[in-house]
Structure formats: C-alpha cells, structure tokens
Design a protein around this ligand. Structure first.
Ligand SMILES: *[C@@H]1O[C@H](CO)[C@@H](O)[C@H](O)[C@H]1NC(C)=O
Ligand SMILES: *[C@@H]1O[C@H](CO)[C@@H](O)[C@H](O)[C@H]1NC(C)=O
Ligand SMILES: *[C@@H]1O[C@H](CO)[C@@H](O)[C@H](O)[C@H]1NC(C)=O
Ligand SMILES: *[C@@H]1O[C@H](CO)[C@@H](O)[C@H](O)[C@H]1NC(C)=O
Ligand SMILES: *[C@@H]1O[C@H](CO)[C@@H](O)[C@H](O)[C@H]1NC(C)=O
Ligand SMILES: *[C@@H]1O[C@H](CO)[C@@H](O)[C@H](O)[C@H]1NC(C)=O
Ligand SMILES: *[C@@H]1O[C@H](CO)[C@@H](O)[C@H](O)[C@H]1NC(C)=O
Length: 382
C-alpha cells in the first residue's frame, strides 16, 4: 500500500515537472532575499542546454529576467528595471531576488531547456511584511465613570498582507458590547508601497474598577510560518468618578476647643478629582457659605457652639459635626469699685462660669480687712 502510494507521488512529480501543474510557493519576508529553487534535482537533466527564469504578468504575457548557460557556466540578466541589480542565478538554477518587495508577489517560472524539450517549473512568490509595533495615540488623560470614553486609536503601519487589531484590558480581549465597548477600525493601503496601515478606535464605558487597569492593543498579522502577534505598550488612565460621600472634621490646636481658638472646618468629598469647593453651614443658618475645602474661624466665641455642616455646591450630600467651644470665666463678686470704711470687712467670692463642670478645688473666699486707700483684688483659676 505504502509502496504504491509512493509510486503515485513520483508519477505526479514527473507530471508536475513536465506540465507545470501544481504550484510551489515560496514565502519571503519584505526586504530579505527570496530564493526560488528550480524544482528539485532536475538541473542534472541529460542534455540540458540552459535554464531561464521568467515571471508572468496579469495579462499572462511573460517577462524574461535571467538565463544561465549549462555549457558555458555563465549567467546573463535581462534589462527589467524592477529587477536591475537585485537578481542572482546560482549553478543549481535557484533564482535569488534581494530586497524583496510586495510587487515581487508573482508567478515565477523556471524553464529548463534541453535539445528536445522544455520543462517549466512555476513557483508562486509570497511576500510578508510585519507591521510597525502598534501604538495607542489620541488617548485622553483621564476617563470618567458612567460614560463612553475615548480610550484612543491603536495604529499599526506598513503591514502586508493586511492585519487586525485587538484591544485588551488587563490582558483580556475586549469585544464589542452595546453601550460598553465600541470598536471602529479602518484600513488603508498605500498604493505606492502596497503596504497597509490599520487603525482601531476604542470607546469604553469605565467604572471605578478601571482604576489602574491596563489598556493595550495588539496587531495580528501573517508571517510565512503563520500568524504572529505584536503588542503595544499598555496605557493606564486616571479614572474620574463623582463624590458619593462628604465628611467634615474640625482642625483645632488642641483636642478640645476653647474660646479664642482659631479652628478650621475641613470638608472632604471622596470623588476623583476631589471637589474643591463646598458650602459651609454655620449653626442655625440655612444659607451655606461658599468656600474652599477649608473654612477658617478665628477667635471662636462660646456662642459658636453648635452643629456645623458642609455639602457639595449642589447642596446634596451633607455632613455635619458638633463643635463645642469651652470657656471658663472667673468673676469676682462683688466687682467694680467698692468703697468701704476702714476696718470694715468685705466678703468676696470668685465664681467660675464654665462650659463644663470645673473641678475647682476651691475659689478664694476672702475676708479682707481694709487698711490702705486702695486695694486691687484678682482671682485666678487654680
Ligand atoms: C562556474 O563559475 C564560477 C565562478 O564564476 C566558479 O566558482 C564555479 O566553480 C564554476 N562552475 C563550474 C561547474 O565550472
Ligand atoms: C542551490 O544552491 C544554493 C547555493 O548556491 C544553495 O543555497 C541551495 O540550497 C541550492 N538549492 C537546491 C535546491 O539545491
Ligand atoms: C482579521 O479579521 C477578519 C474578520 O474578523 C478575518 O477574516 C481575518 O482573517 C483577520 N486577519 C488577521 C490577520 O487576523
Ligand atoms: C506611501 O509609501 C511611500 C513609500 O514608502 C511613502 O513615501 C509615502 O509617504 C506613503 N504615503 C502615505 C500616504 O503614507
Ligand atoms: C488666630 O489667627 C490670628 C490671625 O491669623 C492670629 O493673629 C492669632 O494669633 C491666632 N490665635 C491663636 C490662638 O492661635
Ligand atoms: C456671639 O458673640 C459675639 C460677641 O462675643 C457677637 O459679636 C456675635 O454676634 C455673637 N454671635 C451670635 C451668632 O450670636
Ligand atoms: C455637672 O454637675 C451637675 C450638678 O453638679 C450634674 O448634674 C451634671 O451631671 C454634671 N455634668 C457632668 C458632665 O459631669
């Protein structure tokens, strides 16, 4: 069985050689050298006079490019501008074309001429050009959550044949999804070079999950040994999202605020970028005061105790905090100028008035005999 199959193959080989049926394909990379062998071993044909190479034009007319004499061991090249200086024809009749171009994609035919016969071996030449490394251009500096954002255009240039672009998010392929992922692509062919430029534009509905997400694109293209893939550098976007919560807190010199302190109310929104302006509401006031995120109160008074609030400018999301201003007054009773007879006694008390229970051990209660003309009395906190 195997032997008969082999025989069939061999018969076919001979037929190929004689008639030109069946086509060899030679694949080459753009810019490199294309080696097109003239079949296998037939250059040792008996009575071989010379070998010639031609290519076929679309109109099926043939153009001869090179000839090698089997007898004189000499080659000559025809004057074909496209191939001037690019051809070589070795002793085994392999035609070499240097600096491969897209226009070299043709059917080349090796002709072996003996005294009685002409054998033709056609070969199809294919040329492949890997594209440039894909690049993401026109990308914005940030993406906003909840809307379709332009991610950018992925461009890859000068491929042959054409190529495809795929988008990735964290290495996962992005496929079009209505309202979430929108991909538009375009291809153009440079008629001078025959090379293709491809561009793919991605629009993407971002969410907070896209913070630190890496977007990249890759170009898939054909090479002689199959498909190849080349990736772009990834891009990361600043993700803008709205404030969902505001918080307010008080910055004061000490943990407890006392009368005369300078305090700052600080309002913070958790969006990105953080909101820069807020409305601050003082205790009992309906109308907000527009301010940056810091609202300063200098020399705070005891009557400033109360609920302080802040909100975004659109008045939604209100945060509040209680501010208690502590104070401690010490007062003499009686106070002012008191006229007494010398020798009389005066009962003076020092009374604290404070915002919280003051653990004063004792205030001076003095019974002072007056001898001089004037006396000043002071009382202090112990
Ligand atoms: C043919 O010529 C080349 C040099 O042009 C030489 O190297 C080669 O040996 C020759 N081959 C034969 C079979 O004479
Ligand atoms: C023909 O000769 C070249 C070198 O001159 C060699 O590289 C190539 O393999 C040969 N091809 C065949 C089919 O023998
Ligand atoms: C590009 O995509 C088209 C359609 O999806 C497909 O037919 C073609 O084979 C692809 N080409 C490459 C190079 O991936
Ligand atoms: C087309 O290719 C030629 C040759 O490579 C180049 O000079 C020209 O700028 C290209 N044209 C366009 C529109 O890219
Ligand atoms: C409060 O601020 C004012 C002006 O900025 C300053 O003169 C004063 O010393 C500050 N008071 C305190 C208690 O730090
Ligand atoms: C608080 O008291 C100060 C004097 O200590 C006064 O100027 C101010 O108007 C008072 N503020 C309120 C809201 O009553
Ligand atoms: C302060 O003192 C009053 C009466 O002496 C008492 O009823 C109240 O509970 C005290 N408050 C605190 C916070 O200790």
């Amino acid at each position: 069985m195997a032997a008969s199959a082999l025989l069939t193959v061999c018969v076919l080989c001979a037929a190929t050689l004689r008639t030109g049926f069946g086509l060899h394909t030679v694949s080459a990379i753009y810019g490199e050298t294309i080696d097109i062998p003239c079949g296998r071993g037939q250059e040792k044909l008996d009575g071989l006079l010379f070998g010639k190479w031609k290519y076929e034009q679309p109109d099926e007319n043939a153009v001869f490019v090179a000839t090698r004499s089997a007898v004189k061991n000499r080659t000559s090249f025809d004057d074909v501008p496209e191939y001037n200086g690019r051809l070589d024809l070795s002793e085994n009749y392999t035609l070499s074309i240097s600096n491969a171009r897209i226009t070299d994609e043709k059917r080349f035919v090796c002709m072996l001429i003996t005294g009685e016969n002409v054998f033709e071996v056609p070969t199809l030449v294919r040329v492949f050009k890997p594209p440039s490394k894909p690049e993401i251009i026109n990308q914005p500096t940030f993406m906003e959550t909840g809307k379709l954002n332009i991610v950018g255009d992925c461009v890859s240039k000068d491929s042959y044949p054409d190529a495809n672009i795929t988008w990735y998010r964290n290495g996962q392929v992005l496929l079009p999804i209505d309202g979430v992922v929108s991909i538009e692509w375009s291809k153009e062919r440079n008629s001078t070079s025959g090379l293709h430029n491809i561009r793919s534009s991605l629009q993407y509905m971002s969410t907070k999950n896209d913070i630190d997400a890496r977007f990249s694109c890759a170009v898939t293209y054909y090479m002689p040994n199959g498909m190849a893939l080349m990736e772009s550098d990834p891009v990361i976007f600043d993700i803008y999202y709205p404030t969902e919560k505001v918080t307010i807190h008080v910055q004061s010199p000490k943990k407890t605020i006392k009368e005369g302190d300078n305090i700052t109310l600080k309002c913070i929104g958790n969006g990105n970028p953080p909101p820069q302006e807020f409305l601050f509401y003082l205790p009992g006031q309906e109308e907000g005061i527009r301010s940056s995120s810091a609202y300063l109160i200098n020399d705070i008074k005891r009557n400033a105790t109360g609920d302080y609030k802040c909100s975004l400018l659109n008045k939604v999301m209100i945060a509040s905090t209680m501010v208690t201003v502590h104070y401690l007054d010490l007062s003499l009773t009686p106070s002012g100028d008191i006229t007494k007879q010398i020798g009389d006694s005066l009962s003076v008390s020092c009374i604290p008035s404070a915002s919280k229970n003051v653990s004063v051990t004792w205030m001076k209660v003095s019974v002072i005999p007056f001898y001089g003309r004037h006396k000043h009395l002071l009382c202090t906190q112990i």
